[in-house]
Design a protein around this ligand. Structure first.
Ligand code: SF4
Length: 210
């Protein structure tokens, strides 16, 4: 699929977006600061957005800053984040990330990718989500939906999300970078589902050769 067709698809999907996809629910679940966005993104790894939304809401009622977060006893934090899965690791990561922010970044989330990636537990996808959502810096966050749907449409042919990220940066104009994740994740969560895609109501049915 060429770039022109892909951009037209993005426009169609954006116009037809329902605004009640799980990713939208997550967006409105809590008070959004760079710190809460970073922590919610860490919680969201391998978890449904609905669950992340519910747990983030609970967690940020108890602590919305790194200082408050590190005061929570580890077992209590584990209990709160348990529904998101891998809770022991996530609780540990949240404490480590919060301590790093306090010690190295004056309790502020940095707005440069290079610095974000120096924080143990913060990977490419998390850094890109934070740059986009917290600081409005155009970047493409590639998760499983973005990787899967862009390959399914035949726009890219890649094996890993990392490769997809590289290809998408190369082929998608900057003006779409910030929006791309949201458009495709909403679509992947509501219509082009990984199992049981709703092709009968798909707004790009005629353009899909799947
Ligand atoms: S037609 Fe079906 S498989 Fe193709 S993009 Fe739409 S939902 Fe996905």
């Amino acid at each position: 699929m060429n770039q022109k067709d892909f951009l037209e698809i993005l426009d169609i999907l954006e116009k037809n977006s329902t605004r009640n996809a799980p990713s939208d629910i997550l967006h409105s679940a809590f008070n959004r600061t760079p710190y809460t966005i970073l922590i919610a993104t860490l919680l969201s790894l391998r978890t449904k957005d609905e669950t992340t939304a519910r747990v983030s809401k609970e967690l940020f009622k108890v602590a919305e800053t790194p200082e408050k977060m590190v005061e929570i006893p580890l077992d209590r934090l584990e209990e709160i984040v348990k529904p998101t899965g891998m809770y022991r690791r996530k609780a540990r990561t949240i404490i480590d990330v919060s301590n790093t922010l306090i010690e190295k970044f004056n309790s502020k989330v940095p707005d440069r990718k290079g610095e974000l990636l120096t924080i143990k537990g913060v990977g490419d996808k998390t850094a890109n989500v934070v740059l986009n959502s917290a600081f409005g810096i155009p970047s493409i966050a590639v998760d499983t939906h973005v990787h899967r749907v862009t390959n399914l449409l035949g726009f890219i042919e890649t094996k890993t999300p990392r490769e997809s990220e590289r290809e998408l940066y190369r082929r998608v104009p900057k003006r779409y970078w910030s929006r791309l994740n949201h458009i495709i994740v909403s679509f992947g969560q509501t219509i082009c589902l990984p199992r049981g895609a709703k092709c009968d109501i798909c707004p790009i049915y005629n353009r899909c050769h799947h």
